[in-house]
Design a protein around this ligand. Structure first.
Ligand code: PLP
Length: 394
C-alpha cells in the first residue's frame, strides 16, 4: 500500500514507452531485438540545426527564457504558420512548450472541468486519453475501421456530441494510422461543429511534413473555425529532434495565455538552447528535411509490400507519419507456437517473444484489432523484422 494519489494510480504508463522498455530489457539480456515500436525518426538532427545550438551555447544563452518562448522563436513560428498553413497568428496567440506533449497537457488543464467530454476519434495517439483523464475530463471514443481509412465521419461526430462535449482532439497525419484528413473531410466535420459552438478543436499537426500525398489541411484555415481551434505542432518528427523537446501552439489568445500561465507555474519556458536551434529549423526552407520524408516514403512501400504478403494482416494505406496499423484480428483465438492469442496485446507480445520484433498493441490507441508498426527503422531492419514475423507465423 502506498499513499500515492488516485490520479497517479489511475494513470497508465505510456504503452509505447513500456514496449520500448521491455525491448531494451530483452536486448540487455542479449536478445537481438528489432524495435519497430517507437515514434521516433532514426535520423540525426540535421547539421545546420545542431550548429545553431552550438552557437547558442557559445553565445551564452543560459538564462531562463520568457515563459511563452523567445520572441525570435515566436516570430519564426508565426512565419512558419503563414508559409506552410496560410494561418495568421499574432505573437500573443503563440506559446512554445516542452514538446507538443506539454502543449497538449496545457490545453487539457486550461480547458477541462471535471467530466467535460473530449471526443477522440479512434485510433488516437496514446497520450490523448491519459492526458484528458489526468485533467479529470472524460474521453469519448469514436470507433473507426480500416474500411473508412480510420477517419471519423461527420455522422459519427454528430452522434458523439452531447451537451457536455468540450473538445474534439485528433491528429492528421494520424499517429497510429497514418491517415490524413482532406480539406473536404475537415469541412464536413466543421459543418457539424457549427451547430455546437461550445466545442474547441485541438488539431495536432506534428506529422504535417511527413505526408506522402501532399496537401496538408488545417482546421483553423476555415474562417468559422479559426477562433475555436488550437493548432498544435512541433519539431520532434519532421526535424528529427525528439529529444530537444520543443512544441508549440497557435490558438485563440485567451487559450495561449492560459497555457503560458500554467507552464509558468510548472516548468517555466522551454529549454533555451533548443529554442535557439528551432529558430534556425523553422526559418530554413522545409525542403531541407525532405530527404527524410523521401526515405520514409520508400520504406512505406517496402513494408506495405512485405506486410500485405503476410497471412492474417490486413493493412491500411498510410498517407503520412511513419506507421502502419494492420488489423491482425484474424489471428485472435488461435494458438501459435504455444501462445494462445486472444487479442492485439497478446499478438504484439508474441511477436516480441518469438520473433524478437517490438511493435505496439492497438489497444493503447483505442483499437483492439490492430497493432502499430513503426517504419522509422532502416530498410535492412524492416526486411529482417518482417521475415522473422513471417517465419513464426508459418
Ligand atoms: N502528438 C502526436 C500525434 C505524437 O505522435 C507525438 C509523439 O509521439 C506527440 C504529439 C508529442 O510530440 P513531442 O515530442 O513534441 O512532445
Amino acid at each position: 500500500k502506498t499513499n500515492l494519489s488516485q490520479k497517479i494510480n489511475s494513470l497508465k504508463t505510456s504503452a509505447t514507452l513500456a514496449m520500448a522498455a521491455k525491448a531494451r530489457e530483452l536486448k540487455a539480456k542479449g536478445k537481438d531485438i528489432i524495435s519497430l515500436s517507437l515514434g521516433e525518426p532514426d535520423f540525426n538532427t540535421p547539421d545546420y540545426i545542431k550548429d545553431a545550438a552550438i552557437q547558442a551555447v557559445n553565445d551564452n544563452y543560459n538564462s531562463y527564457t520568457p515563459v511563452d518562448g523567445y520572441p525570435e522563436l515566436k516570430k519564426a513560428i508565426q512565419h512558419k504558420f503563414k508559409r506552410d498553413n496560410n494561418l495568421d497568428y499574432n505573437l500573443s496567440q503563440i506559446t512554445v512548450s516542452t514538446g507538443a506533449k506539454q502543449a497538449l497537457y496545457n490545453i487539457a488543464s486550461a480547458l477541462l472541468d471535471p467530466n467535460d467530454e473530449v471526443i477522440l476519434p479512434c485510433p488516437y495517439w496514446v497520450s490523448y486519453r491519459d492526458i484528458v483523464g489526468l485533467c479529470e475530463g472524460k474521453a469519448v471514443e469514436v470507433k473507426t475501421s480500416i474500411d473508412q481509412d480510420f477517419k471519423m465521419t461527420a455522422e459519427q461526430l454528430e452522434s458523439a456530441i452531447t451537451p457536455k462535449t468540450k473538445m474534439l482532439w485528433y491528429s492528421s497525419p494520424c499517429n497510429p494510422s497514418g491517415s490524413v484528413y482532406t480539406k473536404d473531410e475537415l469541412r464536413a466535420l466543421a459543418d457539424v461543429l457549427q451547430k455546437h459552438p461550445q466545442i474547441i478543436v485541438v488539431s495536432d499537426e506534428i506529422y504535417e511534413h511527413i505526408n506522402f500525398i501532399g496537401g496538408h489541411a488545417s482546421m483553423a484555415q476555415f474562417d468559422d473555425m479559426y477562433d475555436r481551434t488550437v493548432t498544435v505542432n512541433g519539431v520532434s518528427k519532421a526535424f528529427a529532434m525528439t529529444g530537444w523537446r520543443i512544441g508549440y501552439i497557435g490558438a485563440p489568445e485567451y487559450i495561449a495565455k492560459a497555457c503560458t500561465k500554467l507552464q509558468g507555474q510548472v516548468t517555466s519556458g522551454a529549454n533555451c538552447i533548443a529554442q535557439r536551434a528551432v529558430i534556425t529549423a523553422l526559418q530554413a526552407p522545409v525542403s531541407k528535411v525532405q530527404y527524410m520524408v523521401d526515405e520514409f516514403s520508400k520504406r512505406r512501400e517496402i513494408i506495405l509490400d512485405l506486410l500485405n504478403a503476410l497471412k492474417g494482416f490486413e493493412c491500411n494505406q498510410p498517407q503520412g507519419a511513419f506507421y502502419v496499423f494492420p488489423n491482425v484480428s484474424a489471428w485472435f483465438g488461435k494458438t501459435v507456437k504455444g501462445h494462445h492469442i486472444k487479442n492485439a496485446t497478446d499478438f504484439s507480445m508474441f511477436l516480441l517473444e518469438e520473433a524478437n520484433v517490438a511493435t505496439v498493441t492497438g489497444e493503447a490507441f483505442g483499437n483492439p484489432d490492430c497493432i502499430r508498426i513503426s517504419y522509422a527503422a532502416s530498410e535492412a531492419q524492416i526486411r529482417e523484422a518482417i521475415k522473422r514475423i513471417k517465419e513464426i507465423l508459418q
